[in-house]
Design a binder for this molecule. Structure first.
Ligand SMILES: [Fe+2]
Ligand SMILES: [Fe+2]
Length: 312
């Protein structure tokens, strides 16, 4: 299929591995899905220590289920990316471990305390949900199909994050102050979740033309702010003064984007942000630690002539 035909036919779940897609489409879709898959895995890595840190058995169970979901989302998405025929799942996991794989800015920052957890589990997952809900209508069918499961599970994640936020926000004075501090630290990063304003986003136009992306960064950010800013206020959080956020005459929240640190954002996007290297190194250690498992499976496959089967 040539590119003009792709653009003409572009629509929700329009293309699948049965279609002969041009390389430009397959590369753009791979870049987008690989980024998404990497972000799921790196989010899980950031949250994993909090299974242990969680203050009660119920919270531990919920945190453990959420972390497993995120790893599952990552694996599902690597399969969806693999179906484009550009990279294998193994290649993408290697790239993530060696620092070539790109992922969401929020997951480059260290998370040190339990009071920070709703910043990811409520606000970042809430932001992710805005984007993922639109991706159920993406043109690459395996990606849209993966989103059915991902979006369903994200609904639980957000409820879980909201429940932690509510508990802290209605807790002791000390807890309320700590959660406000965490919010002030994470708020600019959360707003940057959707990336730069549309004029500065290099990949949007093509992805939109071929039906991979459904909404622009600005539209998504707007929709997130309209929904989540009132929620933050409902839990007594004070919105930081920077960046300036104002409501326009239609009631939409508008953010003064030039007050955000885009230099840091782009440094992160290139995996060159220093504290963020810790996240990548920890992923590399985890990847290396199970190298013997991959080697054993490869060896079995080569000597036996067939792939390992799941036990009955
Ligand atoms: Fe997820
Ligand atoms: Fe999630």
């Amino acid at each position: 299929m040539d590119l003009d035909t792709v653009k003409e036919r572009a629509g929700p779940r329009q293309f699948s591995p049965d279609d002969d897609m041009p390389r430009e489409y397959r590369e753009a879709a791979t870049r987008m899905i690989q980024f998404h898959a990497n972000s799921e895995i790196m989010g899980a890595y950031l949250e994993r220590p909090f299974i242990r840190e969680a203050p009660s058995l119920d919270r531990k169970l919920a945190y453990s289920a959420k972390t497993q979901d995120e790893l599952g989302h990552g694996q599902l998405l690597y399969r969806a990316a693999e179906s484009l025929g550009i990279k294998t799942r193994e290649q993408m996991l290697d790239e993530l471990a060696n620092g070539d794989g790109k992922f969401l800015n929020c997951f480059h920052y260290p998370m040190e305390s339990w009071v920070e957890t709703p910043m990811i589990a409520f606000f970042v997952d809430g932001a992710a949900m805005r984007r993922q809900a639109t991706l159920k209508r993406t043109s690459w069918e395996p990606y849209a199909h993966a989103m059915d499961k991902v979006v369903f599970e994200e609904g639980f994640h957000i409820k879980h994050g909201e429940s932690i936020l509510k508990e802290l926000a209605t807790g002791s004075k000390k807890e309320q102050e700590m959660v406000q501090d965490a919010f002030e630290l994470w708020w600019p990063r959360i707003i940057q979740f959707f990336g730069p304003t549309d004029d500065d986003s290099t990949h949007h136009d093509f992805s939109a033309e071929v039906g991979l992306k459904q909404m622009t960064n600005d539209e998504l950010r707007q929709s997130f702010l309209n929904q989540y800013l009132p929620k933050a206020e409902k839990y007594g959080l004070e919105i930081p003064d920077t960046p300036t956020i104002e409501q326009d005459e239609d009631g939409n929240y508008r953010v003064a984007e030039d007050e955000l640190d885009w230099e840091e954002f782009f440094q992160i996007a290139k995996n060159e942000y220093d504290p963020g290297r810790g996240q990548i190194d920890s992923r590399k250690r985890a990847h290396d630690a199970v190298e013997w498992v991959r080697d054993t499976l490869d060896e079995y496959e080569t000597t036996s002539g067939h792939a390992p089967q799941a036990a009955d």
